[in-house]
Design a protein around this ligand. Structure first.
Ligand code: ADP
Length: 484
């Protein structure tokens, strides 16, 4: 059993309209620890009926919540953030147990998750409208920003807390209410976040968490006309399906989908800084983030030195159970993830790539995989086209800036790109030329609550975090006042 200081943060029921609830059928789903394969507990297997009730509760709670002042909502959301920080250690242990990431990363994610609540508790006070100079002298034009209404959120397993607060923070601060479906692999972080929402004073129905059947819950969320907005983080494949489902009731959507991030290292880069950035951007969360580098594009003159230094650092990484202090690389989320990584490596080797370090399942067994570096990778390989979502760094060689830009953009995705160079003119040229929503320049770490996170092309719609993130939960209403 997990050793938590506050045992009531480990909830095995759903949180609907302020009450802890089982599924109507009484059915449950097992949740396991990916590092050990042990069962952690169960969660309710809910479907459309329970989701409908959560949505109706969110609709019923909406008028009173949106009528509060931004300041009143802010106090509650800020308290929620403070409670997450007070319970950082328990939240981190829960997260590592269900997700596998090293405890240090889980502690970091908890602070990151709380930061969205803190940031938006403030930003909610700054939802300004507009007064527009009128087109006729007897009229006045005023623009109001209003909460969209009931929002539904579907979140992934790679950031079990932060992907929830990044959505709930702006939604609740704007005056919306929300029903969340967390990933089935990582429900306990979501339920702990719900328990802290309750303690912070979030009113009944304003924030609910429903676990269970993705199709049942997702289907109700996308079909129910009371839901005005769906916000989703996950794969492009499911995102497209949800967008299509939302078309039936013309819901607003925000989509944070897959990526195929290039990491471009030019000959003039600071080699040590590039290797450090590469490690962070590739191996964080065992390569399972949508902004993780998928392709390293390395210029001819620095390729061998970069490959050697990166491989040495990667080979030294400690793989193991995230709950053990020294671990730097946890397991992959499940065996399907391992198989995908193996498929990508196998395909690359068959087409002429070579393993510099790693390359196979880890001796620890289960879903542990050796952190891997592949050299001599070419654009015809699967690793060039699909998101690997694992600890594999494929190194492509390029000669000219034009070639790097062309290869970087040769994908349907457009979330994050990284580039390392010390030539300021080149930095500007390349940053402007790459078709991505986020560009990390001489850094491998770009996520923060204060900046707009989101992609172009098939990587998504909308932005999360920053002042732009709250706009996604607002409607514009224009008042035309005549007879003046
Ligand atoms: P990944 O598991 O790679 O993060 P997915 O897109 O498969 O990405 O899952 C992200 C979230 O979407 C999870 O909460 C998952 O349960 C949910 N999901 C998967 N399929 C559907 C579906 N058909 N309808 C609604 N939600 C879904």
């Amino acid at each position: 059993m997990l050793n938590l200081k506050d045992g009531s943060l480990f909830q095995q029921l759903c949180f609907i309209n302020g009450a802890w609830s089982a599924a109507d059928s009484g059915e449950t789903i097992d949740v396991t620890n990916p590092a050990t394969g042990e069962k952690l507990g169960t969660i309710p297997k809910m479907g459309a009926a329970e989701t409908r009730r959560a949505i109706e509760a969110a609709q019923a709670a909406l008028p009173a919540w949106r009528a509060r002042t931004a300041q009143e909502r802010s106090v509650i959301i800020r308290r929620w953030s403070e409670l997450m920080l007070e319970h950082q250690e328990d939240l981190a242990v829960l997260m590592t147990a269900e997700q596998g990431k090293p405890l240090a990363e889980a502690r970091g994610e908890t602070v990151y998750a709380a930061s969205f609540l803190e940031w938006f508790s403030e930003e909610g006070k700054r939802i300004y409208g507009d007064v527009i100079p009128s087109h006729q002298s007897d009229k006045r034009i005023v623009v109001l920003k209003e909460p969209i209404g009931v929002c539904a959120a579907i979140t992934p397993w790679n950031f079990p807390s932060a992907m929830i607060t990044r959505k709930a923070g702006p939604a609740l601060a704007a005056g919306c209410t929300m029903v969340v479906k967390p990933a089935t692999a990582t429900p306990y972080s979501a339920l702990a976040v719900a328990e802290l929402a309750r303690r912070a004073g979030v009113p009944d129905g304003v924030f609910s968490v429903v676990t269970g059947s993705a199709a049942g819950i997702g289907g109700e969320m996308t079909a129910n006309p009371l839901v005005r907005k769906l916000t989703f983080t996950g794969s492009t494949e499911i995102g497209k399906k949800l967008m299509a489902e939302c078309a039936g009731t013309v819901k607003k959507v925000s989509m944070e989908l897959g990526g195929n991030a290039p990491f471009i290292v030019f000959d003039d880069a600071d080699l040590d800084a590039a290797v450090e950035g590469a490690l962070i951007s590739k191996y964080r969360n065992t390569g399972q983030t949508c902004v993780c580098t998928n392709r390293f594009l390395v210029q001819d003159g620095i390729y061998d030195r970069f490959s050697e230094k990166l491989a040495a650092a990667v080979a030294a990484m400690k793989v193991g159970d995230g709950l053990k202090g020294e671990t730097q690389q946890g397991p992959l989320i499940d065996m399907a993830a391992v198989e995908k990584v193996e498929e990508h490596i196998g395909d690359a080797l068959a087409k002429g790539a070579r393993v510099v370090t790693g390359g196979k399942r880890h001796a620890l067994g289960g879903s542990f995989f050796e952190p891997t570096v592949l050299a001599d990778v070419s654009p015809d390989m699967l690793v060039a086209r699909e998101e690997t979502f694992g600890p594999v760094a494929p190194l492509f060689r390029f000669k000219t800036e034009e070639e790097a830009i062309r290869v970087a953009n040769d994908t349907e995705f457009g979330l994050a790109a990284y580039l390392y160079s010390r030539d300021i003119a080149r930095v500007w040229r390349v940053a402007e030329a790459v078709e991505y929503g986020i560009v990390g320049i001489n850094t491998g770490l770009i996520s923060t609550a204060v900046a707009p996170f989101g992609g172009v092309k098939e990587s998504g719609v909308g932005r999360e975090g920053s002042k732009y993130g709250i706009e996604d939960f607002l409607e514009v209403k224009y008042l035309c006042i005549g007879g003046i």
